[in-house]
Each structure stands twice: as C-alpha cells, then as structure tokens.
Design a protein around this ligand. Structure first.
Ligand SMILES: [Zn+2]
Ligand SMILES: [Zn+2]
Length: 145
C-alpha cells in the first residue's frame, strides 16, 4: 500500500498532530523530566508550531525553559510564593518576583530587605569553594613533578 504524499495529510491526522504537540508542550511545562520536547527524535520549539500552540502556552514554555536551563543550585525561587525568578549571577543586585513582586538577591537568592540592606549569607561558603578549586588546579599537571 502506498502512503499519501506528506502534503496530503488528512484533516484528522493534522488534528491529531496538533493535539499531540499541545500535549507534549504542556507536559514539558508541568514536569522538567518532559523537557525538551521532541517528535521522532527531533527537537521542536513552540515557534515552529505557532499555528497550533497558543501564545500563552508558548510563553509559559519559554519561561519554564529559562528555569530548566539553569543548574538547580543556581535557580532563584521566590521565598514567598515559590515562583522561579531567574538564574543566579555573580553580582549581587535586586531581582523581583514577577508574581508577588517580592525582592531577592541575584547572587545568593536570599530575600532582599530594602530597609536593613543586604549581605549575601553564603559568601563565606563561596569563598571557601573558590579556594578549593584553586588548590585542585595546583595539583594537576603531573609533568611538572
Ligand atoms: Zn513571589
Ligand atoms: Zn545576596
């Protein structure tokens, strides 16, 4: 039996594919394990399927993607409402939760209190870690022994 050419897919098939895509993107938004979205081994983006993926879903997917792409230790979650805010950066500054507008520190992820000023709580730990990394660098290179 011969298959119909790709351009002649029936309406039913197209409806099925659209539903499948929406389902896949929604699952990726809900669960990190379901990210990224692929169809038959090919990665797909909401922008490639703008006719079947609603704009709100595409936006939710892009927001989640920012979260998933940041290593778990580097993610800043709102201390008040658990919404993902941003990935940590090396400089301390204020980042605001989009949902409840609560201010956080872009470096340590802690809550940022305007009135008392902010000191990164984990700075000592970070410095200790840097020391360790340096020590490791000195130890490698066996040819110098
Ligand atoms: Zn919040
Ligand atoms: Zn901080």
């Amino acid at each position: 039996m011969r298959r119909p050419p790709a351009g002649m897919r029936s309406h039913r098939q197209l409806r099925h594919v659209s539903r499948l895509l929406r389902h896949r993107f929604q699952r990726a938004i809900d669960t990190e394990d379901m990210y990224p979205v692929d169809v038959d081994g090919f990665l797909v983006r909401p922008s490639q399927h703008a006719t079947v993926i609603p704009k709100t879903m595409a936006k939710a997917f892009r927001d989640k993607e920012k979260e998933y792409k940041a290593p778990p230790d580097d993610r800043i979650y709102c201390r008040a409402c658990s919404t993902f805010i941003a990935a940590k950066i090396d400089a301390a500054g204020r980042v605001k939760c989009n949902k409840c507008e609560c201010q956080h520190c872009s470096k340590c992820g802690d809550k940022w209190f305007e009135m008392r000023g902010h000191v990164c709580r984990s700075r000592d730990e970070q410095d200790a870690f840097k020391g360790l990394e340096q020590g490791k660098d000195y130890q490698i290179c066996p040819s110098q022994r």
